[in-house]
Write a protein of this length. Structure first.
Length: 546
């Protein structure tokens, strides 16, 4: 039902929210209020218990949590151990149906964020794409850019079929700043092309309004980020010319990570650098850090090296690791392989394993304990890509006050390569090879085309996809790519590290990757068409032969 928002006191129609008592005029006229609402756009992206309030659900820490809730549904991230909060999305499909709390989480978050964008757009006087007040142009531009980002995510999560399979497939509902309660009670889902038109119109407007915007840091979107959002959108739409165009434009002013940066024991994927285009950060004043011993945070579920008794990844038995087959397809000459612990260490004695872990971490004993003693899992595939805040590993809970990338220049290079290659194969090969050699000087085009075994896409796209799986692991792209490329998943194979009872192979996009809508939305919105309930396979699949 169309009701009111959770995240701030502006009366406005959004799906599944709370109530309001402050009018738009009152908020707009308060001194400095507009900038506070603009700051809130990115300030609410992480660090708050937006869904559960005081319940302290461990996955309730904002945008980066959705990287994991989505990607454990596939194959590249495995939620292992005895106490992993992402196991529901990995194998407990019954609790992903319309009547369950897990299904409410993205609906609450995303439409709350969208509501914040709508509020800023209205306060700026930019409703229906009107020209905003001169001093509110940049704020409105940020709102349009972020709203487009959210809707692209929502479409990819809820679309009944990938765009490549059915361009008329239903995606999600549109809740812009002009929507009324009456409309919300009988609103149909957008088809892909309608959704793309809406997203791109927002991005066109953001491009205009942010054309002269100079930001202070990477925590707010600027023109390059808008270009990046356009590149992602056109990639999803398979508009190869525009995907290539905007991916190339987005790269201006950025440089890819070096090997030293990529593998840094101090600053590895925890702080912005010249490759990061857009990011979020967890602050010491955030509820997710201050409350629940900081355990409801990205650091708790992804970082292994802290020196205090806290965190699901490090101490409570719930790390998230890389799929063994993906790891084993990474050549030894590719330095990215050092982001994950080699499975060979599982065959060593404790003393020998800890000695070998020194190449991965300055705290090898802690890494050993996280996988072996605390998770009863082992060592193979443990991730050291993401690190504690530099110099803070022993400081409770400053170790987890880290930044997380939302967009990097490397993603843009891979979009450019794929889009170019879908127009001209030789040009795409050249771009992809140039990128891959940044990570593996001995790379030869074609060595990963058959690493997956799925022939629904071209060998060239398989090669690009493999690079995306390795380069962007843990950054929220794995499941989106499976759906975009209309892939299945492979979890059952010889020596797999996937759980028994969840070793499933599918030849198509798994049905649980088409997310259900929360039941109350379909109950009260007569125009809403529900997605089917997810179905859990009855048994493990036969082992796939690579």
């Amino acid at each position: 039902m169309g009701v009111f928002s959770l995240n701030s006191c502006i009366e406005e129609v959004v799906p599944q929210g709370g109530s309001s008592g402050v009018t738009l005029d009152q908020a707009a006229n308060a001194p400095g209020s507009f900038q506070k609402f603009v700051d809130n756009l990115t300030g609410n992206l992480c660090g708050k218990f937006t869904y559960s309030g005081s319940d302290h659900d461990v996955y309730d820490f904002g945008y980066p949590s959705f990287f994991l809730t989505r990607d454990v549904e596939g194959q590249d991230i495995v939620p292992v151990g005895t106490n992993n909060w992402y196991d529901t999305w990995y194998q407990d499909m019954a609790h992903l149906g319309p009547g369950w709390a897990r299904t409410q989480v993205p609906w609450t978050y995303y439409y709350g964020w969208i509501k914040d964008c709508n509020t800023v757009i209205k306060m700026a006087g930019a409703t229906d794409y009107a020209d905003p007040a001169p001093d509110k142009r940049h704020g409105a531009g940020e709102a349009y850019a972020l709203r487009a980002m959210y809707y692209l995510d929502l479409c990819r999560m809820y679309a009944s079929k990938p765009y490549a399979v059915d361009s008329a497939a239903l995606t999600t509902i549109k809740a812009d700043e002009s929507r009324t309660i009456e409309a919300a009670l009988s609103q149909e889902r957008m088809k892909w092309n309608e959704a793309f038109a809406f997203i791109l119109k927002d991005l066109d407007r953001a491009e205009q309004l942010l054309s002269d915007y100079s930001r202070a840091d990477v925590y707010t979107p600027n023109l390059s980020v808008v270009y990046g959002f356009k590149a992602r959108t056109y990639l999803e739409k398979q508009d190869w010319a525009n995907a290539e165009k905007y991916a190339k434009m987005a790269q201006q002013g950025y440089t890819p990570l070096t090997e030293e940066q990529y593998l840094s024991h101090d600053n590895g994927f925890n702080s912005p650098n010249e490759a990061w285009m857009f990011a979020v950060r967890f602050k010491g004043t955030d509820p997710n850090i201050l409350e629940n011993d900081g355990d409801s945070s990205w650091g708790s579920v992804m970082l292994l090296e802290n020196g205090f008794d806290g965190g699901y990844a490090a101490n409570y038995g719930g790390p998230n690791v890389i799929d063994r087959h993906l790891f084993e397809t990474i050549p030894s000459t590719d330095y990215r392989k050092k982001c994950w612990v080699d499975f060979k260490l599982d065959n060593l004695s404790k003393a020998a394993a800890i000695d070998s872990l020194k190449q991965y971490s300055d705290y090898p004993d802690r890494v050993y304990a996280s996988g072996v003693s605390n998770a009863s899992y082992g060592l193979g595939g443990l991730s050291l890509k993401f690190r504690n805040a530099a110099g803070k590993a022993d400081v409770k809970y400053d170790a987890w006050c880290v930044s997380v990338p939302l967009m990097r220049v490397e993603e843009m290079k891979l979009i450019e390569a794929e889009a170019a290659g879908m127009q001209n194969l030789d040009r795409g090969k050249q771009l992809l090879t140039a990128f891959a050699k940044l990570r593996d000087p001995q790379y030869v085009y074609g060595q990963h085309m058959d690493a997956y075994g799925n022939t629904k896409t071209s060998p060239f796209q398989n090669e690009v996809w493999w690079q995306r799986r390795v380069e962007l692991w843990g950054e929220g792209f794995a499941t989106f790519d499976i759906k975009r490329l209309n892939k299945g998943i492979i979890r059952s194979y010889a020596n797999t590290n996937h759980h028994e009872g969840a070793r499933w192979n599918t030849s198509e996009v798994p049905n649980w990757m088409v997310w259900c809508f929360v039941g109350t939305e379909t109950n009260y919105n007569s125009g809403m068409t529900a997605n089917p309930d997810p179905i859990k396979p009855n048994a493990d699949s036969d082992e796939y032969k690579w």
